[in-house]
Ligand binder design. Structure first.
Ligand code: FE2
Length: 385
């Protein structure tokens, strides 16, 4: 629970303490009369990136915190839970209720990070320990790649339901004009990605953006993260251990550069985040979202029916992460939640097998730098019509 193999991956213990700190620092300290913080050092230890809140342990040092112990962190969680319950006993107040909702959604984001970070930790252990056994996945699925057309027009983008939660970066619905386009009905599979590898995809500069080509060469990248070529066959780590790659499952752990290069090699491109949202609204109705055959937008191509840790993936879009036209950064520390990251990152849409189920939304904007691939990130294709 303390290991931090790379700067992007936070220790389990840190996630547990940081999500607790969020409730303590933004809610209890400000709104529960007479509240005493659990430990005055914790704000320094578990503040992630809020400059408004003050100094903190640098991200790359999170794995050095062998203290407090995990027992102490669980005590901290119990203490904060108890006081959040106390707060509710005084009656709900709108000024903190929305922060509780934000705190819950924030914790859900960290639940996903917990899984992806544990995968990175175990997947880089030479013994490849299993985190969880998976049932064999139903393979009786039509895998044909089709394209779903969307007509040219002016469309509404963004979150408009005032009664449902969303992050500030989704707010301010606005109009975009889209030329006619079509998107693939499912994500690209491992088998299709292996064709790209076999046809020297990683060795041909013509498929790659300049930064991507530099990234491939500097890092000697020859396959998605976790893939290993052993005695003529591709293997990967998938949280059940070191396994032979299933060609029918969606390819995951690709960077934006790889997704973009693959699309170019196939004579297609990635959808923009606006195309993704409009196509998803059109082809993936809420009522049928549980049926992944509907279009596979928010659900896996193949479902294990239990914890689904293989399959579903966030989808890279060809859109830079930028503010929507009416975006307003919240005042104070909460304004630092999303807004300050709107540079040098690409938007991902959908959700992954590690995303809590009630966290999916068609308007959800995830974002990462183009070289990041420790999240469950996959590829959907698009083209103009
Ligand atoms: Fe956080």
């Amino acid at each position: 629970m303390c290991v931090q193999p790379i700067v992007d991956v936070s220790p389990t213990k840190w996630h547990l303490a940081h999500t607790t700190w969020f409730f303590e620092n933004f809610i209890l300290v400000n709104f529960l009369k007479g509240y005493k913080v659990f430990d005055k050092d914790y704000c320094y230890l578990f503040n992630s990136y809020y400059n408004s809140v003050g100094d903190r342990v640098m991200r790359f040092n999170r794995g050095n915190m062998t203290r407090p112990s995990i027992e102490k962190v669980f005590d901290y969680r119990r203490y904060v839970n108890h006081h959040i319950n106390n707060l509710f006993e005084y009656g709900e107040q709108p000024e903190w209720l929305s922060l509780v909702e934000l705190g819950i959604n924030h914790e859900q984001q960290h639940q996903e990070l917990l899984i992806t970070d544990i995968k990175y930790i175990l997947g880089n252990n030479p013994l490849f320990p299993a985190f969880h056994e998976f049932k064999n996945i139903n393979s009786n699925i039509d895998l044909r790649l089709n394209f779903l057309p969307v007509s040219e027009g002016v469309y509404s983008i963004g979150h408009s339901d005032e009664n449902a939660f969303c992050f500030d970066n989704e707010k301010g619905d606005h109009k975009v004009f889209l030329h006619g386009f079509q998107v693939s009905n499912r994500l690209i599979t491992n088998g299709e990605y292996i064709e790209f590898i076999n046809e020297n995809g990683y060795g041909d500069f013509r498929h790659w953006l300049a930064d991507g080509w530099d990234w491939v060469n500097e890092n000697k990248v020859t396959a998605p993260l976790y893939w290993k070529f052993v005695e003529g066959e591709w293997f990967t780590y998938d949280l059940s251990g070191f396994i032979k790659i299933n060609p029918d499952e969606p390819v995951t752990h690709t960077s934006f550069y790889e997704a973009d290069a693959f699309a170019r090699w196939r004579g297609k491109r990635l959808p923009t985040e606006f195309e993704w949202e409009v196509a998803s609204n059109q082809y993936c109705q809420k009522e049928v979202a549980d049926n992944f055959l509907d279009a596979g937008f928010l659900k896996p191509l193949r479902s294990s029916g239990e914890i689904q840790l293989t399959g579903e993936a966030w989808q890279w879009t060809n859109s830079a992460y930028l503010p929507y036209p009416f975006y307003k950064m919240a005042k104070g520390a909460i304004g630092e939640y999303n807004g300050k990251f709107m540079v040098n990152q690409m938007v991902l849409r959908g959700g992954s097998c590690a995303t809590p189920k009630n966290h999916y939304r068609n308007t959800y904007r995830n974002f990462f730098q183009p070289d990041k691939r420790w999240q469950f990130t996959g590829i959907r294709l698009a083209e103009h019509i």
